[in-house]
Design a protein around this ligand. Structure first.
Ligand code: FES
Length: 154
């Protein structure tokens, strides 16, 4: 069985033929759509490294079947900057040292973008930590990540 879906990926319409109904959005992005910025950590919904926006909402792309996304609008880390101009959340992560090794950073940033869009960020560190709790950082750069979200919310 095969299925054709059409996505809007970072503003561009993409038609995709799926031969395997089990392919995840994460694998589709990385292996077929040349979007390696979205990272694979646990591949089971526990680390948040694979976070992207689907129709403006944060999702773990490793848990999202591509076959369910016909007509969806997907935003990945590659879609945030406008030319040379970084997205304000990307700027805030740099300014606040919101990373160490950087592997989780695309997922952290996409989650922060989603959290701010949901109006759930604010300035309260505890509230930000709760809102970002689905994104694990093995370097434990949480203090900088929280400051980056505060910075981006201002
Ligand atoms: Fe998707 Fe870890 S790779 S949550």
């Amino acid at each position: 069985m095969s299925l054709s879906i059409t996505l809007t990926l970072n503003g561009a319409t993409r038609a995709v033929a799926l031969d395997d109904m089990r392919v995840t959005l994460l694998d589709l992005l990385r292996e077929r759509l040349a979007m390696p910025g979205t990272k694979k950590g646990c591949d089971r919904g526990q680390c948040g490294a694979c976070t992207v926006l689907v129709n403006g909402k944060r999702v773990n792309s490793c848990l999202t079947l591509a076959a369910t996304l016909d007509g969806a609008e997907i935003t990945t880390i590659e879609g945030l900057a406008k030319g040379e101009a970084l997205h304000p959340v990307q700027e805030a992560f740099i300014k606040a040292d919101g990373f160490q090794c950087g592997y989780c950073t695309p997922g952290q940033i996409m989650s922060a973008v989603g959290l701010i869009a949901e109006g759930r960020a604010g300035d309260d560190p505890e509230r930000i930590r709760e809102g970002m709790s689905g994104n694990i950082c093995r370097c434990a750069a949480y203090h900088g990540i929280t400051r980056a979200v505060q910075e981006a919310t201002r």
